[in-house]
Write a protein of this length. Structure first.
Length: 94
């Protein structure tokens, strides 16, 4: 991923640039964990709808439900068809 926004609103679509845009199969938001003893109440992995654009960018749809994506910081990963994730980019969902 070469460029991605630092913030995204619930229900919005963000545009991400990647030199491997044609090979991207999935995108995910991963919420950092907040563990207490053996319980982790904050861990989330949210699948995003991905649309590949002809100009080498990807449109990623952020779900609008705050119960699915509570506002906060998430790591954004792009995953290619072989299952290899990109380097994470931090996104603040508002």
């Amino acid at each position: 991923m070469t460029t991605a926004p630092d913030t995204a609103a619930l229900g919005s679509t963000i545009t991400v640039a990647s030199p491997e845009a044609g090979q991207i199969a999935k995108a995910r938001l991963i919420r950092p964990s907040a563990a207490t003893h053996a319980t982790d109440v904050e861990q989330r992995s949210v699948a995003l709808d991905v649309t590949t654009n002809p100009n080498g960018t990807l449109d990623l749809a952020i779900p609008e439900q705050p119960t699915l994506v509570p506002p906060g910081y998430y790591m954004l990963f792009l995953v290619d068809g072989a299952g290899t994730p990109s380097k994470a980019h931090w996104v603040h969902v508002t």
